[in-house]
Design a protein around this ligand. Sequence first.
Ligand SMILES: *[C@@H]1O[C@H](CO)[C@@H](O)[C@H](O)[C@H]1NC(C)=O
Ligand SMILES: *[C@@H]1O[C@H](CO)[C@@H](O)[C@H](O)[C@H]1NC(C)=O
Ligand SMILES: *[C@@H]1O[C@H](CO)[C@@H](O)[C@H](O)[C@H]1NC(C)=O
Ligand SMILES: *[C@@H]1O[C@H](CO)[C@@H](O)[C@H](O)[C@H]1NC(C)=O
Length: 115
Amino acid sequence: MKFLYCAVLILAVFAASHAYSASWGKRNNSDYLLSRQIVVRNPIKNNYISVNVNYPGNGVGYYNISLVSVIDNFRNTSGATPSLWSGGPGFKFAQVNLRSQVSRGINSTVEIYGR
Ligand SMILES: *[C@@H]1O[C@H](CO)[C@@H](O)[C@H](O)[C@H]1NC(C)=O
Ligand SMILES: *[C@@H]1O[C@H](CO)[C@@H](O)[C@H](O)[C@H]1NC(C)=O
Ligand SMILES: *[C@@H]1O[C@H](CO)[C@@H](O)[C@H](O)[C@H]1NC(C)=O
Ligand SMILES: *[C@@H]1O[C@H](CO)[C@@H](O)[C@H](O)[C@H]1NC(C)=O
């Protein structure tokens, strides 16, 4: 019983730590940081906020993306949920969506690496 409780707790912590910071792909030491955008939004009462982050601003970039990384700067359970909507590793563009929780703001850093 105690073991089960511990396992559930570890799973819950694991899920929480992965829900608000996420990454797709992997990079090696020779990859460049192509873009770092910090998205900050104030909370809206009783509503959520959805923000699309595009790399590059529009169209297609020069470098091949190897890693898309989203870091939740709140580092608690209030962060926005990131999703990779299009592009990403293997592409030259990426669109990441950040969806805040209801009545919570956003403070997330979106980093894109490539070569
Ligand atoms: C990183 O990847 C590039 C392209 O695949 C490769 O040429 C390079 O040797 C790699 N560097 C490291 C440190 O693994
Ligand atoms: C991106 O990947 C394609 C296919 O592997 C390759 O032909 C192209 O040279 C790469 N672009 C850069 C900037 O490395
Ligand atoms: C967002 O998070 C960063 C890193 O923790 C912090 O330095 C910054 O002050 C935060 N910005 C806001 C508006 O809360
Ligand atoms: C998480 O951190 C943010 C920024 O520091 C704060 O506004 C928010 O209330 C915190 N949420 C919880 C559940 O502590």
